[in-house]
Design a protein around this ligand. Structure first.
Ligand SMILES: *Cc1c(COP(=O)(O)O)cnc(C)c1O
Length: 366
C-alpha cells in the first residue's frame, strides 16, 4: 500500500502526459514555453482570479509573494505555529520575524483570536495556512487584518481547489501561494508552484520578481530571482488539471468512507460549514499515536505525521522565539496527529483494511 500512489495516477493519464511532454521536448522551449502561459490562464480561470503566475516551487511562491508585498528586515509576520517549515522560513529568509500563534484545535488552522492578540506596531501581515486541504476562517482573518492595516497572503500549498463560502482557495486574499509538489492535491513531476492575485500591480511585480526583476530582457527593474515554473512541469499540470475535479470527488468519497469507519474509534477531521476540503491529508487524532503508527507500519500500512514539532521549537528558530502564549493546541496536535493514506486511487478495500487495522491495534492496546 502507498501513502500517495503517484504511479497509479501516471498509469491513468499516461498517454496524455507523454504526448504533452513530447511536445515540449520537440519544441525545445524549456523556459517560458507556451504551456506555461496556457496553464496560467487555466489556473486563473479555475480559481476565478485575474492572474496566476507559475513559480519554481510553493516555497518560492511564498518568498516571491512576500517580496512583492515589500516584506523586509524587522517586519513582523503572523504565522500559525502548526505548519510546514516553509511558511515561516520564507519570512525569516527576508530578515522579517515570524510571530507564531496557536491554532483552532478542531481544524488545525490559525485561530483568528490569536492573531488579534499578537499584533504589534511592527506587524505587517498574516499568512493563514489552509492546512490539510481546508481554508482558515478567512472572513474573520480578513476582518482582523483590515482593521489593523495588515496584508493577508494565504498559504494555499495544501488547499488548491478547496472552497470557502462559494469562493475558491487562492481567491480569498489579495495574494495567495500554492505548491505543485508531487504529493500535493494538484502535483507535477518535480517542483512547482503558483501565485494568484486579482491585483494588477501585485501581478506585475510578481511577474518581474520571478524572472530577475526583468520587464524586458536585460532590463532589470527589481531585484528578484529565478523563480520560474518549468515548461515541462506546466505541460504535465495541464493534463492533471483536466482530471482534477474528478480526483477531488474521489478524495471526498474516500474521506467519507474513512469517516464512517473511524468516527467511533478516533477523532476524525472536521470540515466546517461553508467549507470544502481537497483532502491534502486525512489526519486523525489518536492519543497513543506513536504506538499505533508503528503497529500499522508492521502491517504494511504507511502513515505520516504532519507535523511532529511546533515551528517555534524548530532549532533554526531557537534564537528568536517570538510567540505570545504557550501555543498549547499546537503542542497537543504535534503528539496526537496521524495522517492516513489519501489519494484518488485508494480503493475502498484499502480503506477498510486501514480502518480495521486501526481498530485492532487500539483494542490490543486496551
Ligand atoms: C508543501 C508546502 C509548502 C512548500 O511547498 P514546496 O512546493 O514544497 O516548496 C509550503 N507551505 C505548506 C503549508 C506546504 O504544505
Amino acid at each position: 500500500m502507498k501513502f500517495v500512489d503517484l504511479k497509479a495516477q501516471f498509469d491513468a493519464y499516461k498517454d496524455e502526459i507523454n504526448a504533452e511532454i513530447s511536445r515540449v521536448l520537440e519544441s525545445t522551449a524549456f523556459i517560458n514555453g507556451p504551456a506555461v502561459q496556457e496553464l496560467e490562464e487555466r489556473l486563473a480561470d479555475y480559481v476565478g482570479v485575474k492572474h496566476a503566475i507559475g513559480c519554481s516551487s510553493g516555497t518560492d511562491a511564498l518568498l516571491i509573494g512576500l517580496l512583492s508585498l515589500g516584506v523586509g528586515t524587522g517586519d513582523e509576520v503572523i504565522v500559525p505555529d502548526f505548519s510546514f517549515f516553509a511558511t515561516a522560513e520564507t519570512v525569516s529568509l527576508l530578515g522579517a520575524i515570524p510571530i507564531f500563534v496557536d491554532i483552532d484545535p478542531e481544524t488545525f488552522n490559525i485561530d483568528p483570536d490569536s492573531i488579534a492578540a499578537a499584533i504589534t506596531d511592527r506587524t505587517v501581515g498574516v499568512i493563514p495556512v489552509s492546512l490539510f486541504g481546508q481554508t482558515s476562517e478567512m472572513d474573520a482573518v480578513t476582518k482582523i487584518a483590515s482593521e489593523n492595516d495588515l496584508w493577508v497572503m494565504e498559504d494555499a500549498a495544501q488547499s488548491f481547489g478547496a472552497e470557502y463560502r462559494g469562493k475558491k482557495s487562492c481567491d480569498l486574499s489579495p495574494i495567495a501561494a500554492t505548491s505543485f509538489f508531487p504529493a500535493k492535491p494538484l502535483g507535477c513531476y518535480g517542483d512547482g508552484g503558483a501565485i494568484f492575485t486579482s491585483n494588477d500591480a501585485i501581478a506585475e511585480r510578481v511577474r518581474m520578481l520571478v524572472n530577475h526583476g526583468q520587464k524586458q530582457r536585460y532590463e532589470h527593474h527589481l531585484v528578484g530571482t529565478n523563480g520560474r515554473l518549468d515548461t515541462l512541469q506546466a505541460a504535465i499540470l495541464k493534463v492533471k488539471l483536466r482530471h482534477f475535479d474528478d480526483e477531488l470527488q474521489q478524495r471526498q468519497e474516500i474521506a467519507d468512507w474513512y469517516d464512517r469507519l473511524l468516527k467511533d474509534t478516533a477523532t476524525v477531521p472536521v470540515v466546517r460549514a461553508g467549507h470544502t476540503s481537497v483532502w491534502a491529508q486525512y489526519t486523525v487524532r489518536i492519543p497513543n499515536r506513536d504506538e499505533v503508527r508503528s503497529a500499522l507500519q508492521e502491517r504494511g500500512i504507511p502513515t505520516s505525521i504532519h507535523y511532529p514539532r511546533p515551528l517555534h521549537r524548530q532549532p533554526a528558530f531557537s534564537n528568536h522565539r517570538q510567540y505570545n502564549d504557550e501555543l498549547l493546541h499546537t503542542e497537543r496536535a504535534t503528539v496526537e496527529v496521524l495522517s492516513l493514506p489519501m489519494h484518488p486511487f485508494l480503493s475502498r478495500n484499502d480503506v477498510d483494511t486501514i480502518a480495521t487495522a486501526i481498530k485492532e491495534v487500539l483494542h490490543a492496546g486496551n
